[in-house]
Design a protein around this ligand. Structure first.
Ligand code: BAL
Ligand code: ZN
Length: 887
């Protein structure tokens, strides 16, 4: 495989103005005919089209069949020599959907025909210029056996239908909006639909349809509700209206991604579309809400205005994630929503940014673009847009977005085009800001405070640095917005008077944004005459930039911030800092038991305060977040060399100590959250359940202590047996199945399987619960589960649920020092490489993080990477990742 470079981008030399497609659907021999209106844009008369694994049946120009010496089809390219300046190209090919296990192009999921064209799947369907800057008007005719495929869907509006003499039926669809071929889609099969309508702000009525297999019909209501909420939100917040008369969503079981924003015909992984209280957790409901919104929002940020090339992927993905996050914040509790986003960013994206696969938000080269649908492009990309939005302020940001959508409607553009709109509206020079798109790695910001009682002033000294990443050294300073405030020792906010370089004083009110632009920079606040001791800075409120910020807080200052700061995110983050400051020395000392009074006095007090306040709180969501210990992944992120066992041991010891010390409080708080209300996936109830299940988690920390054992077992078992929803059922089942006494989980796991064995999506949870049991012998169990009749390596959701969960969420078992976990993962990667390279390349990631572990593990992990690298027929996807990891 060859690397492709952004600097080599060249505009297309031909326009493909329209394409008229006809599919004669057949599981093993689908015929695809295309009539393409081609127009040369320059002097070049040699047209090179993409085409992969296509059996060429015929080729003609303006109706004249081509002779063999007029074209060549090799190395996935069809070359046509001496074409006219404008002509109609007719192609006919045959493809085999049933044999398509890569799930790119046209494939069968169960008995459903479906497509996935982003990024480069259309070339597996028909010859075309498979690049996002070639936009065409698509017409699609689907012909199929009505018994097997009574429903025939494609992009746009249905314009004709009929039946052929041989009994096959057909439907023709027309999409009036020119689009790149990555947004092409078709679906055919035996589907039912739930329907609704949406009246747009200008009064147009849009048919909304969600298509699923009949047994899933009862699981669509939440997706429909979410879709309508998203459509309204995009009108209200961005002024964006939907543009076709029909909007369709189809849920399929076999899908590499979460969902796909094809114009007017979104195709969803069923895990991101279907939801039902019996089988879906609150987290699952929230995921459906946000993914439905995300794909809908793409209609403008992605479809109407698309990317010039795949290096610009974050132009649509980062922006759209930012939009879906803002939507979710409006639909749920905004503070906790932000905490959850940052939790993920700091544990997973920061880890990616510090790994051999680190890359800029806009990469400058790639081998396989599928490997760049990453947390960096999506989540860090969203943080960049968030910084822009905050730098401009809501009004100017909205104006800049309006300008972007209007100016570039129907075009394929770049990150520069987007940022230029921000510059134009704000009249700011954002050239330094652009470094966020070019430089990989997480910036470190170190801050020191200098309080001077004599001058009643306080100076904050900042230093920023971004570490080297593969292929990038000498990083330049970034523009880092630091949203901040100052508190007095009692936690009261102080008015900010910033002394500017000119000597002028700028009053910022109680909160300001400091714009860091230099490697070292200081800001001085004056007018602090009322103070008797140094103020407490509350820095990076709302996580205003994706950086690692350190400040030498005392535990007392952190406790004040936790209790008093006006910013919910920083209240929580102060708790996280206090927990890190407490846990890390214990991890370094590899303690096995914790005496809270001695080892963690401030944390003890913080928990005491939170649990006292708990009796009166209205904000269960925030309380649950505050009471949760930092995750293994976040703790691991603090270490250059991750002490796997010590982190897990100390986390468990702390959980145990807190559980025992506050047992009556956990129990009372647990009971106080038990509700008689019927289940609804709405914010208040979700918050209550999350607090309840956090309490349950602490209670079950005592599962091995004789005096508590029976009681906590009964509490969990009762919840498992009596809950009317999967959130509570799964929480109880997980704790029972993860208890030290394996017999606790045995019956409940069997009951779960008995009840849900017909429900593929629900069984995925059963696989994950078992894959994450934190004991070394889990490896044997996951090996056995590979043979379970409900498991299939061909289904990406199952692979993620069992193998992915084991490798990414079970550090003790995966990193067992024998290396057996690594070898097993490598076996699975090798097997998957043979039929689904995209999923194989995802799965191998945990092995690529070998530098972060001690020598024995490094050697073992590298050995497995080398074994994978030595395989014959390694896909470009896996090759690229493994090669980077071994460099
Ligand atoms: N465009 C791929 C799926 C998504 O990000 O929406
Ligand atoms: Zn997206």
């Amino acid at each position: 495989a060859q690397a492709i470079y952004l600097r080599n981008y060249q505009a297309p030399e031909f326009a493909l103005d329209a394409i008229d497609l006809t599919f004669e659907l057949d599981p093993q021999a689908t015929k695809v005919s295309a009539e393409i209106q081609v127009r040369a844009l320059g002097e070049n008369r040699c047209l090179v089209l993409d085409g992969q694994d296509l059996t060429l049946l015929s080729l003609a120009i303006d109706g004249r069949p081509l002779d063999a010496d007029e074209y060549q089809y090799q190395n996935d390219q069809l070359t046509l020599l001496n074409v006219p300046s404008a002509f109609c190209l007719s192609t006919q090919v045959e493809i085999n959907p049933q044999a398509n296990s890569a799930l790119e192009g046209l494939y069968l999921s169960n008995a459903l025909y479906c497509t996935q064209c982003e990024a480069e799947g259309f070339r597996r369907i028909s010859f075309f210029l498979d690049r996002p800057d070639v936009l065409s008007r698509f017409t699609t005719k689907l012909i199929a056996d009505p018994q097997h495929a009574p429903i025939l869907l494609a992009n746009g509006n249905p314009i004709a239908q009929g039946t052929l003499a041989d009994g096959r039926h057909w439907v023709q669809w027309q999409d009036p909006f020119p689009k790149p071929c990555y947004l092409f889609a078709l679906v055919a099969g035996d589907l039912v639909c739930i329907q609704d309508t949406f009246v747009t702000q200008s009064g147009r009525s849009v048919d909304l349809q969600i298509w699923v297999e009949a047994e899933n019909q009862h699981k669509c209501a939440h997706a429909m509700r979410s879709l309508k909420a998203a459509m309204r939100w995009d009108e209200e917040v961005y002024g964006r209206e939907y543009d076709l008369d029909i909007y369709m969503i189809v849920a399929v079981n076999d899908f590499n991604m979460g969902a796909m924003e094809n114009k007017g015909l979104n195709i969803f992984n069923s895990a991101c579309a279907l939801a039902d209280p019996q089988t879906t957790t609150d987290l699952g409901f929230q995921r459906v809400e946000s993914v439905i919104a995300h794909e809908y929002f793409h209609n403008w940020s992605g479809n109407r205005v698309t990317c010039r090339d795949w290096f610009q992927l974050s132009l649509k993905e980062g922006f759209t994630v930012y939009r879906d996050q803002a939507f979710s914040a409006d639909m749920n509790f905004a503070g906790v929503q932000r905490i959850e986003e940052v939790t993920m960013l700091r544990s997973a994206q920061f880890a990616e940014d510090a790994s051999p696969t680190a890359h800029p938000v806009r990469p400058d080269h790639y081998m396989e673009i599928n490997n760049f649908y990453t947390l960096t492009v999506y989540e860090k990309g969203a943080e960049i847009v968030r910084m822009l939005a905050n730098l401009l302020g809501p009004q100017a940001f909205r104006q800049a977005c309006d300008l972007y959508f209007t100016r570039f409607d129907g075009q394929a553009v770049t990150v520069e085009d987007f940022v230029a709109c921000m510059e134009e509206i704000s009249q700011r020079d954002l050239s330094q800001f652009m470094r966020w798109y070019h430089q990989a790695g997480t910036p470190h910001v170190q801050v020191q405070g200098q309080y001077c009682p004599q001058t009643a002033s306080y100076r904050l000294d900042f230093q920023q640095a971004t570490p080297d990443t593969p292929g990038q050294t000498n990083k330049q300073p970034l523009l880092i917005p630091i949203t901040m405030g100052l508190l007095d020792a009692q936690g009261r906010p102080l008015p900010l008077k910033l002394k500017l370089a000119s000597g002028e004083i700028q009053a910022l009110g109680l909160q300001g944004v400091l714009e860091l632009t230099q490697a070292q920079q200081s800001f001085e606040f004056i007018g602090l005459e009322e103070l008797t001791e140094a103020p407490i800075p509350s820095l990076l409120r709302g996580f205003s930039a994706p950086v690692k910020l350190s400040f030498p807080y005392t535990p007392t200052q952190l406790a004040t911030l936790m209790a008093q700061d006006t910013d919910a995110f920083n209240r929580w983050d102060a708790g996280q800092r206090l927990a890190l400051d407490t846990l890390m020395p214990l991890i370094d000392a590899q303690v096995t038991q914790i005496d809270l009074a001695q080892d963690a006095p401030m944390l003890l007090e913080a928990y005491r305060a939170l649990l006292t306040e708990a009796e009166h709180t209205q904000d269960q969501a925030m309380l649950a977040s505050m009471l949760r210990l930092p995750s293994f992944a976040y703790l691991a992120e603090q270490y250059a060399c991750i002490p796997v066992e010590a982190i897990e041991q100390v986390r468990q010891a702390m959980r145990f100590a807190l559980a025992r010390t506050f047992y009556p409080q956990w129990k009372a708080l647990y009971q106080a959250q038990i509700s008689q209300q019927a289940y609804a996936p709405e914010a208040t109830q979700i918050a209550q359940r999350s607090l309840k299940n956090l309490c349950l988690d602490y209670l079950l920390a005592l599962a091995a202590v004789p005096e508590y054992q029976q009681e906590v077992y009964q509490i969990a078992l009762t919840q498992w047996r009596t809950s009317d929803n999967m959130t509570d059922a799964r929480a109880a089942l997980t704790l029972l199945a993860h208890a030290p006494d394996a017999s606790w989980g045995r019956d409940p796991l069997a009951e779960f399987a008995q009840r849900w064995q017909q429900d593929a999506l629900t069984m995925d949870q059963w696989f994950s619960i078992q894959a994450t049991r934190p004991y070394a012998d889990t490896l044997q169990q996951v090996q056995n589960l590979l043979q379970h009749p409900n498991f299939s390596l061909k289904n990406p959701n199952k692979v993620r649920a069992l193998i992915g969960a084991f490798a990414q969420q079970n550090p003790l078992a995966f990193h067992q020092i024998s290396g057996a976990g690594y070898a097993w993962l490598a076996d699975q990667v090798i097997e998957l490489n043979g039929f689904n390279p995209q999923i194989a390349a995802r799965l191998v990631i945990p092995l690529t993080r070998w530098q972060r572990y001690q020598d024995t593990r490094q050697t073992l992990m590298r050995a497995q990477l080398e074994r994978i690298q030595a395989q014959a027929n390694l896909s470009a996807d896996v090759y690229e990742i493994v090669t980077k990891a071994l460099q």
